[in-house]
Design a protein around this ligand. Structure first.
Ligand code: RB5
Length: 151
């Protein structure tokens, strides 16, 4: 499993902690920036990570900003991406099980690092349940196709 990571300055510190957490578990990741707390524009970094997931270069993504909102909005514009903004473990697990989410977004100014790493763990270990959810996820894809064309 390879994880696409990205953040803006507002999520940089949380991303570093997620990196350490993944390293402890020998989970491979690719960091799409930013690489400091200098002010940047979150769409640039969210887009790069989301494109890597959409292209299959990475299996899942985790993207952080101050709130998790901006990066979620950007990632969800990329065809094939289902980004979930989660600040609790239940939502993170359900985003995988029911929605087949492929990107987790979080806000460093919203959540503490202890819970954030538990959210990451819930997201990474959640398994897509398929079944009735597959019909609904297919309908998400239909909406995407209607406005963006088939991927
Ligand atoms: C940056 O100040 C902040 O706007 C950004 O990190 C994010 O919260 C946007 O959604």
């Amino acid at each position: 499993m390879k994880i696409a990571l990205a953040s803006d300055h507002g999520g940089f510190s949380l991303k570093k902690q997620i990196m350490a957490f993944l390293e402890e578990q020998s989970i491979t990741y690719k960091d799409f920036g930013t690489d400091s707390e200098a002010s940047v524009d979150y769409p640039d970094f969210a887009l790069a990570a989301a494109e890597a997931v959409a292209a299959g270069e990475c299996d899942l993504g985790i993207i952080c900003c101050g709130t998790g909102i901006g990066v979620s909005m950007v990632a969800n514009k990329v065809p094939g991406i289902r980004a979930a903004l989660c600040h609790d473990t239940f939502s993170a697990r359900m985003s995988r099980e029911h929605n087949d989410a492929n990107i987790l977004t979080m806000g460093e100014r919203v959540i503490g690092p202890g819970l954030a790493l538990e959210v990451v763990q819930a997201f990474l270990t959640g398994k897509y349940a398929g079944g009735r959810h597959a019909r609904r996820v297919a309908k998400i894809r239909e909406v995407e196709n209607k406005y963006c064309g088939p991927k």
